[in-house]
Design a protein around this ligand. Structure first.
Ligand SMILES: [Zn+2]
Length: 492
Protein backbone atom coordinates (compact mmCIF):
# COMPACT_ATOMS: atom_id res chain seq x y z
CA UNK A 1 0.00 0.00 0.00
CA UNK A 2 1.00 3.58 -0.50
CA UNK A 3 0.58 4.95 3.03
CA UNK A 4 0.72 8.37 4.58
CA UNK A 5 1.23 8.72 8.31
CA UNK A 6 1.13 11.67 10.70
CA UNK A 7 0.94 12.23 14.43
CA UNK A 8 -0.94 14.95 16.30
CA UNK A 9 -1.35 14.43 20.02
CA UNK A 10 -2.77 16.73 22.66
CA UNK A 11 -4.93 15.75 25.62
CA UNK A 12 -6.85 18.91 26.43
CA UNK A 13 -7.81 19.75 29.98
CA UNK A 14 -10.34 22.60 29.80
CA UNK A 15 -9.53 23.49 33.41
CA UNK A 16 -5.73 23.54 33.10
CA UNK A 17 -3.94 26.83 33.86
CA UNK A 18 -1.25 26.13 31.22
CA UNK A 19 -1.78 27.75 27.75
CA UNK A 20 -1.12 25.80 24.54
CA UNK A 21 0.49 27.41 21.48
CA UNK A 22 2.87 26.25 18.77
CA UNK A 23 5.82 26.57 21.16
CA UNK A 24 4.09 24.08 23.48
CA UNK A 25 4.42 21.52 20.66
CA UNK A 26 8.02 22.57 19.99
CA UNK A 27 8.84 21.94 23.66
CA UNK A 28 7.42 18.40 23.50
CA UNK A 29 7.88 17.25 19.89
CA UNK A 30 7.34 18.92 16.55
CA UNK A 31 8.44 17.88 13.07
CA UNK A 32 7.07 19.94 10.19
CA UNK A 33 7.87 18.49 6.76
CA UNK A 34 7.03 21.77 5.01
CA UNK A 35 9.81 23.68 6.75
CA UNK A 36 12.09 20.85 7.83
CA UNK A 37 11.75 21.99 11.46
CA UNK A 38 12.56 19.16 13.85
CA UNK A 39 13.71 16.91 11.01
CA UNK A 40 15.67 14.75 13.47
CA UNK A 41 12.27 13.59 14.75
CA UNK A 42 11.20 12.26 11.37
CA UNK A 43 12.76 8.87 12.05
CA UNK A 44 12.01 8.80 15.73
CA UNK A 45 9.58 6.78 17.72
CA UNK A 46 6.10 8.11 18.05
CA UNK A 47 3.96 6.53 20.72
CA UNK A 48 6.99 4.18 20.90
CA UNK A 49 6.39 3.00 17.39
CA UNK A 50 8.32 3.73 14.27
CA UNK A 51 5.42 3.31 11.91
CA UNK A 52 7.54 3.65 8.79
CA UNK A 53 9.73 0.74 9.91
CA UNK A 54 6.65 -1.28 10.74
CA UNK A 55 5.07 -0.45 7.38
CA UNK A 56 8.27 -1.19 5.45
CA UNK A 57 8.53 -4.59 7.16
CA UNK A 58 5.06 -5.35 5.88
CA UNK A 59 5.98 -4.30 2.35
CA UNK A 60 4.38 -0.85 2.26
CA UNK A 61 5.64 2.44 0.96
CA UNK A 62 5.09 4.93 3.82
CA UNK A 63 5.40 8.73 3.82
CA UNK A 64 5.95 10.61 7.04
CA UNK A 65 3.94 13.77 7.63
CA UNK A 66 3.68 16.02 10.67
CA UNK A 67 4.77 14.72 14.07
CA UNK A 68 3.42 17.00 16.79
CA UNK A 69 2.60 16.55 20.44
CA UNK A 70 2.23 18.85 23.42
CA UNK A 71 1.96 18.14 27.12
CA UNK A 72 -1.66 18.09 28.32
CA UNK A 73 -2.86 21.66 28.95
CA UNK A 74 -5.53 24.20 27.91
CA UNK A 75 -7.15 24.13 24.43
CA UNK A 76 -4.67 24.81 21.62
CA UNK A 77 -4.95 28.38 20.36
CA UNK A 78 -6.61 28.71 16.96
CA UNK A 79 -3.50 29.89 15.11
CA UNK A 80 -1.50 26.83 16.20
CA UNK A 81 -4.38 24.46 15.49
CA UNK A 82 -4.87 25.85 11.97
CA UNK A 83 -1.14 25.63 11.30
CA UNK A 84 -0.93 21.97 12.41
CA UNK A 85 -4.10 20.97 10.55
CA UNK A 86 -2.99 22.64 7.33
CA UNK A 87 0.45 21.01 7.60
CA UNK A 88 -1.13 17.55 7.56
CA UNK A 89 -3.60 18.40 4.79
CA UNK A 90 -1.08 19.97 2.43
CA UNK A 91 1.24 17.00 2.91
CA UNK A 92 -1.55 14.62 2.04
CA UNK A 93 -2.35 16.70 -1.06
CA UNK A 94 1.28 16.36 -2.12
CA UNK A 95 1.17 12.56 -1.86
CA UNK A 96 -2.20 11.80 -3.47
CA UNK A 97 -3.40 9.30 -4.55
CA UNK A 98 -3.00 7.26 -1.37
CA UNK A 99 -4.13 3.73 -0.49
CA UNK A 100 -4.09 4.45 3.21
CA UNK A 101 -3.75 7.19 5.82
CA UNK A 102 -2.67 6.09 9.29
CA UNK A 103 -2.94 8.75 11.97
CA UNK A 104 -1.76 8.73 15.57
CA UNK A 105 -4.12 11.04 17.45
CA UNK A 106 -5.03 11.51 21.08
CA UNK A 107 -8.81 11.66 20.82
CA UNK A 108 -9.35 14.43 23.39
CA UNK A 109 -7.92 17.42 21.55
CA UNK A 110 -9.72 20.78 21.70
CA UNK A 111 -8.78 24.11 20.11
CA UNK A 112 -10.20 27.45 21.24
CA UNK A 113 -12.84 27.38 18.48
CA UNK A 114 -13.00 23.62 17.85
CA UNK A 115 -14.51 21.11 20.29
CA UNK A 116 -13.57 18.08 18.24
CA UNK A 117 -10.15 18.52 16.62
CA UNK A 118 -9.81 14.85 15.65
CA UNK A 119 -13.27 14.88 14.01
CA UNK A 120 -12.50 18.05 12.08
CA UNK A 121 -9.15 16.64 10.94
CA UNK A 122 -10.62 13.31 9.81
CA UNK A 123 -13.45 15.06 7.96
CA UNK A 124 -10.92 17.18 6.07
CA UNK A 125 -8.64 14.20 5.34
CA UNK A 126 -11.57 12.19 3.95
CA UNK A 127 -12.60 15.13 1.75
CA UNK A 128 -9.10 15.12 0.24
CA UNK A 129 -8.57 11.39 -0.22
CA UNK A 130 -12.05 10.36 -1.36
CA UNK A 131 -13.94 7.29 -0.13
CA UNK A 132 -11.60 4.54 -1.35
CA UNK A 133 -8.55 5.44 0.74
CA UNK A 134 -8.48 3.41 3.95
CA UNK A 135 -8.22 5.74 6.94
CA UNK A 136 -7.05 4.18 10.21
CA UNK A 137 -6.60 5.94 13.54
CA UNK A 138 -4.67 4.81 16.59
CA UNK A 139 -5.74 6.79 19.65
CA UNK A 140 -5.54 6.98 23.42
CA UNK A 141 -8.21 5.34 25.60
CA UNK A 142 -8.49 8.77 27.27
CA UNK A 143 -10.06 10.11 24.07
CA UNK A 144 -13.61 11.37 23.70
CA UNK A 145 -15.09 9.74 20.60
CA UNK A 146 -17.26 11.89 18.34
CA UNK A 147 -19.65 11.17 15.54
CA UNK A 148 -17.33 12.87 13.03
CA UNK A 149 -14.44 10.63 14.04
CA UNK A 150 -16.46 7.49 13.37
CA UNK A 151 -18.01 8.75 10.14
CA UNK A 152 -14.74 9.64 8.47
CA UNK A 153 -12.39 6.85 9.61
CA UNK A 154 -12.56 3.21 8.53
CA UNK A 155 -10.91 2.03 11.74
CA UNK A 156 -10.55 3.70 15.13
CA UNK A 157 -8.50 1.63 17.56
CA UNK A 158 -7.71 2.83 21.06
CA UNK A 159 -5.11 1.26 23.28
CA UNK A 160 -6.70 -1.02 25.88
CA UNK A 161 -4.18 -0.80 28.71
CA UNK A 162 -3.64 1.92 31.31
CA UNK A 163 -0.64 2.39 31.62
CA UNK A 164 -0.65 2.38 27.80
CA UNK A 165 1.69 -0.55 27.20
CA UNK A 166 -0.05 -1.93 24.10
CA UNK A 167 0.20 0.80 21.45
CA UNK A 168 2.55 -1.30 19.36
CA UNK A 169 0.30 -4.38 19.23
CA UNK A 170 -2.76 -2.22 18.58
CA UNK A 171 -0.98 -0.47 15.71
CA UNK A 172 0.01 -3.84 14.22
CA UNK A 173 -3.65 -4.86 14.35
CA UNK A 174 -4.71 -1.53 12.83
CA UNK A 175 -2.28 -1.93 9.97
CA UNK A 176 -3.43 -5.51 9.31
CA UNK A 177 -7.05 -4.37 9.18
CA UNK A 178 -6.18 -1.54 6.78
CA UNK A 179 -4.40 -4.04 4.52
CA UNK A 180 -7.37 -6.42 4.54
CA UNK A 181 -9.83 -3.63 3.76
CA UNK A 182 -7.63 -2.34 0.97
CA UNK A 183 -7.43 -5.86 -0.49
CA UNK A 184 -11.22 -6.16 -0.34
CA UNK A 185 -11.06 -9.13 2.07
CA UNK A 186 -13.27 -7.58 4.75
CA UNK A 187 -16.28 -5.28 5.07
CA UNK A 188 -15.82 -3.54 8.42
CA UNK A 189 -18.93 -2.28 10.21
CA UNK A 190 -18.55 -0.40 13.48
CA UNK A 191 -21.05 0.02 16.30
CA UNK A 192 -20.56 2.77 18.86
CA UNK A 193 -22.08 3.13 22.29
CA UNK A 194 -21.61 6.13 24.52
CA UNK A 195 -21.29 5.07 28.15
CA UNK A 196 -22.37 8.03 30.30
CA UNK A 197 -19.73 7.88 32.99
CA UNK A 198 -16.65 9.87 34.01
CA UNK A 199 -13.64 8.37 35.69
CA UNK A 200 -10.08 7.14 35.43
CA UNK A 201 -9.59 3.41 35.42
CA UNK A 202 -6.14 1.80 35.76
CA UNK A 203 -6.19 -1.62 34.12
CA UNK A 204 -3.63 -3.00 36.58
CA UNK A 205 -6.29 -3.73 39.22
CA UNK A 206 -9.61 -5.49 39.42
CA UNK A 207 -12.30 -5.39 38.26
CA UNK A 208 -10.89 -3.50 35.26
CA UNK A 209 -8.14 -6.07 34.66
CA UNK A 210 -10.59 -8.94 34.26
CA UNK A 211 -12.91 -6.89 32.09
CA UNK A 212 -10.13 -5.96 29.65
CA UNK A 213 -8.95 -9.60 29.55
CA UNK A 214 -12.47 -10.78 28.65
CA UNK A 215 -12.75 -8.05 26.06
CA UNK A 216 -9.53 -9.21 24.40
CA UNK A 217 -10.89 -12.77 24.30
CA UNK A 218 -14.09 -11.48 22.69
CA UNK A 219 -11.98 -9.73 20.07
CA UNK A 220 -10.68 -13.17 18.99
CA UNK A 221 -14.17 -14.39 18.06
CA UNK A 222 -15.05 -15.14 14.46
CA UNK A 223 -16.06 -12.02 12.52
CA UNK A 224 -14.94 -9.63 15.26
CA UNK A 225 -12.22 -7.39 13.87
CA UNK A 226 -11.53 -4.98 16.73
CA UNK A 227 -12.92 -3.77 20.03
CA UNK A 228 -12.00 -0.54 21.80
CA UNK A 229 -13.02 0.31 25.34
CA UNK A 230 -12.56 4.05 25.72
CA UNK A 231 -12.36 5.50 29.23
CA UNK A 232 -12.84 9.08 27.99
CA UNK A 233 -11.25 12.24 29.34
CA UNK A 234 -13.57 13.86 31.85
CA UNK A 235 -11.51 17.07 32.10
CA UNK A 236 -12.44 18.08 28.53
CA UNK A 237 -15.54 20.26 28.87
CA UNK A 238 -17.16 19.25 25.54
CA UNK A 239 -20.39 17.43 24.64
CA UNK A 240 -18.58 14.23 23.59
CA UNK A 241 -16.62 13.82 26.85
CA UNK A 242 -16.99 10.42 28.45
CA UNK A 243 -16.54 6.70 28.09
CA UNK A 244 -17.56 4.67 25.06
CA UNK A 245 -17.31 1.32 23.32
CA UNK A 246 -16.47 0.66 19.66
CA UNK A 247 -16.97 -2.77 18.11
CA UNK A 248 -15.95 -3.44 14.51
CA UNK A 249 -17.15 -6.65 12.85
CA UNK A 250 -16.71 -8.10 9.40
CA UNK A 251 -19.99 -7.61 7.53
CA UNK A 252 -22.17 -8.41 10.53
CA UNK A 253 -23.85 -5.29 11.88
CA UNK A 254 -26.08 -7.24 14.25
CA UNK A 255 -23.09 -8.90 15.91
CA UNK A 256 -21.36 -5.52 16.29
CA UNK A 257 -24.54 -4.03 17.78
CA UNK A 258 -25.04 -6.91 20.19
CA UNK A 259 -21.45 -6.93 21.44
CA UNK A 260 -21.37 -3.14 21.77
CA UNK A 261 -24.58 -3.26 23.82
CA UNK A 262 -23.26 -6.03 26.04
CA UNK A 263 -19.90 -4.40 26.69
CA UNK A 264 -21.36 -0.93 27.27
CA UNK A 265 -23.90 -2.35 29.71
CA UNK A 266 -21.26 -4.34 31.55
CA UNK A 267 -18.86 -1.37 31.74
CA UNK A 268 -21.60 0.92 33.06
CA UNK A 269 -22.57 -1.68 35.68
CA UNK A 270 -18.97 -1.72 36.97
CA UNK A 271 -18.86 2.06 37.53
CA UNK A 272 -18.99 2.10 41.32
CA UNK A 273 -16.50 -0.76 41.68
CA UNK A 274 -13.97 1.06 39.50
CA UNK A 275 -13.66 4.08 41.76
CA UNK A 276 -11.03 4.26 44.49
CA UNK A 277 -12.02 6.18 47.62
CA UNK A 278 -10.50 9.67 47.92
CA UNK A 279 -7.35 9.89 50.02
CA UNK A 280 -6.09 13.18 51.51
CA UNK A 281 -2.39 13.93 51.83
CA UNK A 282 -2.45 12.95 55.51
CA UNK A 283 -4.46 9.79 54.89
CA UNK A 284 -1.96 8.73 52.22
CA UNK A 285 1.03 9.43 54.49
CA UNK A 286 -0.65 7.61 57.40
CA UNK A 287 -1.21 4.60 55.20
CA UNK A 288 2.39 4.65 53.93
CA UNK A 289 3.84 4.86 57.44
CA UNK A 290 2.06 1.66 58.46
CA UNK A 291 4.62 -0.27 56.42
CA UNK A 292 7.89 -1.14 58.10
CA UNK A 293 9.93 -1.43 54.93
CA UNK A 294 9.93 0.62 51.74
CA UNK A 295 9.82 1.98 49.29
CA UNK A 296 6.16 2.92 49.51
CA UNK A 297 5.05 4.95 46.51
CA UNK A 298 2.44 7.69 46.86
CA UNK A 299 1.08 8.83 43.50
CA UNK A 300 0.09 12.51 43.58
CA UNK A 301 -2.71 11.79 41.11
CA UNK A 302 -4.42 15.17 41.10
CA UNK A 303 -1.26 17.10 40.18
CA UNK A 304 -0.37 14.87 37.26
CA UNK A 305 1.19 16.91 34.42
CA UNK A 306 0.07 14.04 32.16
CA UNK A 307 -3.51 15.16 32.76
CA UNK A 308 -2.93 18.89 32.35
CA UNK A 309 -1.88 19.81 35.91
CA UNK A 310 1.08 22.12 36.57
CA UNK A 311 3.11 19.58 38.55
CA UNK A 312 4.00 22.13 41.21
CA UNK A 313 1.51 21.42 44.00
CA UNK A 314 2.81 21.12 47.54
CA UNK A 315 0.00 19.51 49.55
CA UNK A 316 1.85 16.22 50.10
CA UNK A 317 5.28 17.77 50.52
CA UNK A 318 4.04 20.31 53.06
CA UNK A 319 2.60 17.53 55.23
CA UNK A 320 5.80 15.46 54.89
CA UNK A 321 7.79 18.42 56.21
CA UNK A 322 5.32 19.27 58.97
CA UNK A 323 5.20 15.67 60.16
CA UNK A 324 8.96 15.30 60.07
CA UNK A 325 8.96 12.26 57.79
CA UNK A 326 12.49 11.49 56.58
CA UNK A 327 14.15 9.29 53.95
CA UNK A 328 11.69 10.53 51.32
CA UNK A 329 12.20 11.09 47.57
CA UNK A 330 9.97 13.41 45.52
CA UNK A 331 9.86 13.60 41.70
CA UNK A 332 9.25 15.89 40.07
CA UNK A 333 8.26 19.36 41.19
CA UNK A 334 8.00 21.68 38.17
CA UNK A 335 9.66 24.93 39.20
CA UNK A 336 11.95 26.52 36.58
CA UNK A 337 12.62 29.58 38.73
CA UNK A 338 13.79 27.56 41.73
CA UNK A 339 15.90 25.40 39.35
CA UNK A 340 17.59 28.53 38.03
CA UNK A 341 18.36 29.90 41.49
CA UNK A 342 19.64 26.56 42.83
CA UNK A 343 21.73 26.10 39.69
CA UNK A 344 23.31 29.52 40.22
CA UNK A 345 24.14 28.57 43.80
CA UNK A 346 25.78 25.35 42.54
CA UNK A 347 26.23 21.83 43.86
CA UNK A 348 26.94 21.70 47.57
CA UNK A 349 25.46 25.12 48.29
CA UNK A 350 22.93 25.64 51.02
CA UNK A 351 20.38 28.38 50.48
CA UNK A 352 16.88 29.51 51.38
CA UNK A 353 14.60 28.56 48.50
CA UNK A 354 10.89 28.99 47.81
CA UNK A 355 9.58 25.92 45.95
CA UNK A 356 6.31 24.95 44.25
CA UNK A 357 2.83 26.28 44.81
CA UNK A 358 2.87 28.91 42.07
CA UNK A 359 0.91 28.01 38.98
CA UNK A 360 -2.71 27.52 39.94
CA UNK A 361 -5.13 28.12 42.78
CA UNK A 362 -4.92 24.34 43.34
CA UNK A 363 -1.12 24.29 43.64
CA UNK A 364 -1.07 24.74 47.43
CA UNK A 365 1.26 27.12 49.23
CA UNK A 366 4.83 27.79 48.07
CA UNK A 367 7.17 26.24 50.63
CA UNK A 368 10.09 28.18 52.10
CA UNK A 369 12.90 25.74 52.82
CA UNK A 370 16.59 25.70 53.61
CA UNK A 371 17.83 23.59 50.71
CA UNK A 372 21.14 21.87 50.09
CA UNK A 373 21.83 21.54 46.36
CA UNK A 374 22.92 17.94 45.75
CA UNK A 375 22.95 17.76 41.96
CA UNK A 376 22.69 20.14 39.00
CA UNK A 377 22.11 18.81 35.48
CA UNK A 378 20.89 20.05 32.12
CA UNK A 379 20.97 16.67 30.38
CA UNK A 380 19.05 14.38 32.73
CA UNK A 381 16.50 12.06 31.15
CA UNK A 382 13.93 9.51 32.12
CA UNK A 383 12.88 6.50 30.16
CA UNK A 384 9.32 6.25 28.93
CA UNK A 385 8.81 2.81 27.40
CA UNK A 386 11.44 2.89 24.70
CA UNK A 387 11.86 6.64 24.30
CA UNK A 388 13.71 9.06 26.55
CA UNK A 389 12.28 12.27 27.95
CA UNK A 390 14.26 15.27 29.12
CA UNK A 391 13.84 16.81 32.55
CA UNK A 392 15.15 20.09 31.14
CA UNK A 393 17.42 22.00 33.48
CA UNK A 394 17.04 20.16 36.78
CA UNK A 395 18.37 20.11 40.32
CA UNK A 396 18.16 17.69 43.24
CA UNK A 397 17.84 19.41 46.60
CA UNK A 398 17.76 17.99 50.12
CA UNK A 399 15.63 19.43 52.90
CA UNK A 400 15.58 17.68 56.30
CA UNK A 401 16.02 14.16 54.93
CA UNK A 402 13.72 14.75 51.96
CA UNK A 403 15.33 14.69 48.51
CA UNK A 404 13.40 16.53 45.81
CA UNK A 405 13.91 16.67 42.04
CA UNK A 406 13.02 20.11 40.67
CA UNK A 407 12.59 20.17 36.90
CA UNK A 408 12.03 22.82 34.24
CA UNK A 409 10.21 20.69 31.65
CA UNK A 410 6.70 19.96 32.81
CA UNK A 411 6.41 16.18 32.66
CA UNK A 412 4.97 13.40 34.76
CA UNK A 413 7.15 10.84 36.52
CA UNK A 414 7.42 7.75 34.36
CA UNK A 415 10.36 5.82 35.77
CA UNK A 416 12.68 5.69 38.77
CA UNK A 417 15.40 6.82 36.41
CA UNK A 418 14.50 10.46 37.07
CA UNK A 419 15.66 9.93 40.67
CA UNK A 420 18.77 7.97 39.68
CA UNK A 421 19.82 10.50 37.05
CA UNK A 422 19.67 13.20 39.71
CA UNK A 423 21.85 11.23 42.13
CA UNK A 424 19.01 9.98 44.37
CA UNK A 425 18.73 6.29 45.21
CA UNK A 426 14.99 5.58 45.02
CA UNK A 427 15.34 1.93 46.07
CA UNK A 428 16.53 2.76 49.60
CA UNK A 429 13.83 5.34 50.33
CA UNK A 430 11.10 4.78 52.85
CA UNK A 431 8.69 6.86 50.82
CA UNK A 432 8.61 8.03 47.19
CA UNK A 433 6.14 10.69 46.03
CA UNK A 434 5.58 10.81 42.27
CA UNK A 435 3.63 13.27 40.14
CA UNK A 436 1.64 10.87 37.98
CA UNK A 437 -1.64 9.03 38.01
CA UNK A 438 -0.73 5.68 36.54
CA UNK A 439 2.06 5.74 33.94
CA UNK A 440 4.63 5.43 36.74
CA UNK A 441 3.11 2.07 37.67
CA UNK A 442 4.88 -0.16 35.18
CA UNK A 443 8.35 0.72 36.46
CA UNK A 444 7.72 1.51 40.14
CA UNK A 445 5.59 -1.61 40.72
CA UNK A 446 8.75 -3.68 40.11
CA UNK A 447 10.24 -2.60 43.44
CA UNK A 448 7.58 -0.77 45.48
CA UNK A 449 6.30 -2.54 48.59
CA UNK A 450 2.99 -0.75 48.14
CA UNK A 451 1.45 1.84 45.83
CA UNK A 452 -0.96 4.41 47.27
CA UNK A 453 -3.09 6.72 45.13
CA UNK A 454 -3.52 10.10 46.87
CA UNK A 455 -6.11 12.70 45.89
CA UNK A 456 -5.18 16.02 47.53
CA UNK A 457 -6.57 19.17 45.86
CA UNK A 458 -5.31 19.51 42.27
CA UNK A 459 -6.14 20.48 38.71
CA UNK A 460 -6.87 16.84 37.75
CA UNK A 461 -9.50 16.73 40.47
CA UNK A 462 -11.23 13.36 40.95
CA UNK A 463 -14.35 14.81 42.52
CA UNK A 464 -16.02 15.94 39.30
CA UNK A 465 -18.65 17.99 41.12
CA UNK A 466 -15.87 20.51 41.87
CA UNK A 467 -15.37 21.28 38.16
CA UNK A 468 -17.29 24.22 36.64
CA UNK A 469 -18.58 22.27 33.63
CA UNK A 470 -20.60 24.17 31.04
CA UNK A 471 -20.74 22.01 27.93
CA UNK A 472 -20.72 18.30 28.85
CA UNK A 473 -23.66 16.04 28.05
CA UNK A 474 -25.84 15.27 31.05
CA UNK A 475 -26.84 13.04 32.64
CA UNK A 476 -23.50 11.46 33.40
CA UNK A 477 -22.42 9.40 36.37
CA UNK A 478 -21.21 10.29 39.02
CA UNK A 479 -22.53 13.86 38.57
CA UNK A 480 -26.01 12.44 38.09
CA UNK A 481 -27.58 9.42 39.70
CA UNK A 482 -29.10 6.70 37.56
CA UNK A 483 -31.57 5.46 36.53
CA UNK A 484 -31.01 7.11 33.17
CA UNK A 485 -30.44 5.77 29.69
CA UNK A 486 -27.40 3.56 29.92
CA UNK A 487 -26.12 4.55 26.50
CA UNK A 488 -27.12 6.47 23.45
CA UNK A 489 -28.31 4.53 20.42
CA UNK A 490 -29.20 7.51 18.29
CA UNK A 491 -26.14 7.00 16.11
CA UNK A 492 -23.75 4.14 15.51
ZN1 LIG B 1 -3.95 8.22 28.16
Amino acid sequence: MKLFTATLIHETNSFSPIPTNLDSYRETFLYRPSTGEGVELADSLVADINIRTMAARRGHEAYQGLIAGAQPSMPTNDAAWTCLLEEILSDIRNHLPLDGVLLFLHGAQIANSVDDCEGELLCAVRALTGPDTVIGVSFDLHGNVSRQMIEHADFLLSCLEYPHTDFESRTELLLQLMERKHAGDISPLTSFRRVPMFGSYPTTREPMRGFVDRLMETQQRQDVLAISLIHGFAWSDVPDAGASVLVTCDGDARLADRLADELATEFFALREDLVSPPLTADDAIDKALLFESGPIVIADTTDNPGGGAPGDSTYLLERVFERGVENVGVAMLYDPVAVKIATSAGEGAQLPLRIGGKLSRLSGRPLDVLATVRKVRDDAMQLRDTSRRSLGDAVAIEVNGVEIVLCSEREQTFTAECFVEMGIDPYSKRLLIVKSHQHFHEDFSRFAQEIIYATPPGVVVRNFSELPYQRITRPVWPLDTPPFTAFSTEWK
